[in-house]
Design a protein around this ligand. Structure first.
Ligand SMILES: [Ca+2]
Ligand SMILES: [Ca+2]
Ligand SMILES: [Ca+2]
Length: 170
């Protein structure tokens, strides 16, 4: 990241940065200059996002536990600039990291299940959901190792129906 990130932030319109700084201040309710989980969850749209815990991980990749995240303004703005100004591939990487819950670099059936469950919820039985996951993995697991790699994920996301379902809104 490093320089590339900084360059991106420089390219971010100063007006927008000012706006983000304002937003950061507003979100930082206890004025300690870091955002914590309760401050993020105070944003209603964010709180409703089924992927909120995974999204929090992106803001503070160093912290293992989303409950303990500490997001200072630099991290805040870096994450948002990547989400907004990142290339298609960077954005997909972001999403992949959200879905790869254990961070092993692959999406397995359980992680896919978690994702679909967070989107579909109780509308279908867990048996049906497991079956859907199995079929999805079968369809996109080109290397036949029962997990989805980033390369396979890129192909999966070209499928419009799926990508529409898992867009991130922050
Ligand atoms: Ca705070
Ligand atoms: Ca994984
Ligand atoms: Ca695979």
């Amino acid at each position: 990241m490093g320089n590339k990130q900084e360059e991106k932030i420089r390219n971010f319109p100063p007006k927008k940065i000012k706006k983000l700084a304002k937003r950061f201040k507003r979100l930082d309710r206890d004025k300690n200059n870091v955002l914590t989980i309760d401050e993020f969850f105070a944003i209603p749209e964010f709180n409703e996002n089924p992927l909120k815990y995974q999204i929090l991980k992106l803001f503070d990749p160093d912290s293992e536990d989303p409950d303990l995240i500490q997001v200072d303004f630099t991290k805040f703005i870096q994450t948002i600039t990547t989400m907004v100004l990142g290339t298609e591939e960077e954005k997909l990487h972001f999403l992949f990291r959200i879905l790869d819950l254990d961070g092993d670099g692959f999406i397995d059936q359980n992680e896919l299940f978690e994702l679909l469950y967070s989107i579909i919820g109780d509308q279908v039985s867990s048996e049906v959901l497991h079956e859907i996951c199995q079929n999805m993995i079968k369809e996109f697991d080109l290397a036949r190792n029962d997990v989805i790699s980033f390369e396979e994920f890129q192909i999966l996301m070209k499928n419009e129906k799926i990508s529409k379902q898992i867009q991130i809104h922050v």
